[in-house]
Design a protein around this ligand. Structure first.
Ligand SMILES: Nc1ncnc2c1ncn2[C@@H]1O[C@H](COP(=O)(O)OP(=O)(O)OP(=O)(O)O)[C@@H](O)[C@H]1O
Length: 291
């Protein structure tokens, strides 16, 4: 374990009664970075993240989180982590402020309760019982509970599911602020724009294997990012991929104004779909099954 890495995973496997949900993942997360773990439903993201959090036992491989094997992480280790599970659905009769005060008491150096309430946009609901909050508001309480202990490493498993668009943007600002303060963050999300906005690096898991790993703006390689020029010629849609879209547009325009001309730069979502599709195809061939 090097001090630059808050997470080190080597050859991680997890089987559920013979079903291999995670099949040999290698992964490092550097101190201070925001890392997004992406992949389709059932790919193995939550399984991996829950093993890192110490909530799930692994079948094989080596794991270190903040230098500790999560299978043997004690209370002092847990206090250095912030955890937002996929669904906690905070209930209870406590108010938002009471619940946060209660949890703040578990940590040696917690954040200020009212600052956290403001940061997740719940000022007006601070004295409301959690059971009376909307789904998205309860999710904000989950996030608040995850950061109240001033964690070194924050796990966010699909944190913004159920957030309205404005709340999502407010959450992004909060995560950037935490990252600026030096918090290392491991995020899973199905919103590719969220990963593109927040993460420094990302890994894509498909069928329990890491199929891509790299800086968010380099994932999939340069070819996957080649711009597409699309236009309509005599009623037929034409498209060409080129690293010099300007030159192509100029050539087309020389012959008259092209109809419905657009230059498209593949988004992280386009690249993700290509990578996940490729891996599903490869796996279908290997297993002789259709997906
Ligand atoms: N407790 C369990 N017992 C048996 N199988 C499980 C268990 N938990 C997860 N699995 C299976 O392991 C695979 C990976 O599940 P996991 O929850 O890690 O996926 P995920 O990538 O987090 O998916 P999602 O995006 O839907 O949250 C799935 O096929 C799931 O059915």
């Amino acid at each position: 374990m090097t001090t630059q890495n808050v997470v080190e995973v080597r050859g991680l496997t997890k089987s559920y009664k013979g079903f291999e949900a995670v099949r040999g993942i290698d992964l490092d997360i550097r101190r201070g970075e925001t890392f997004a773990l992406l992949g389709p439903n059932g790919a193995g993201k939550s399984t991996t993240i829950e093993i890192l959090e110490g909530y799930r036992a692994r079948t094989g491989g080596e794991v270190r989180v903040l230098g500790v094997d999560p299978a043997h992480g004690g209370l002092a280790w847990k206090a250095r982590l912030g955890i937002v599970l996929q669904s906690t659905g905070e209930q209870g009769t406590a108010t938002v402020r009471e619940q946060l005060r209660h949890f703040a008491g578990f940590y040696p150096n917690p954040r200020d309760v009212d600052e956290v309430i403001a940061a997740v946009g719940l000022d007006e609901k601070a004295n409301t019982r959690i059971a009376k909050l909307s789904g998205g508001q309860k999710r904000r309480v989950d996030v608040a509970l995850g950061i109240i202990g001033r964690p070194e490493l924050l796990f966010l498993d699909e944190p913004t599911t159920g957030f309205d668009p404005e709340a999502r943007r407010q959450f992004w600002r909060l995560i950037r602020q935490l990252a600026d303060e030096g918090t290392s963050i491991l995020l899973t999300t199905h919103y590719l724009d969220e990963a593109a906005q927040l993460a420094d690096r990302a890994g894509i898991i498909a069928r329990g294997e890491l199929v891509a790993l790299g800086a968010v703006d380099e994932l999939g390689g340069a070819d996957a990012r080649t711009p597409i020029v699309r236009w309509v010629e005599r009623g037929v849609v034409r498209e060409e991929r080129t690293h010099e879209p300007g030159a192509l547009v100029a050539r087309l325009a020389a012959a008259g104004e092209p109809e419905r001309l657009e230059v498209i730069r593949p988004s992280l979502e386009d690249i993700y779909l290509e990578l996940v599709g490729d891996s599903a195809d490869a796996s279908a061939t290997a297993e002789g099954t259709l997906v």
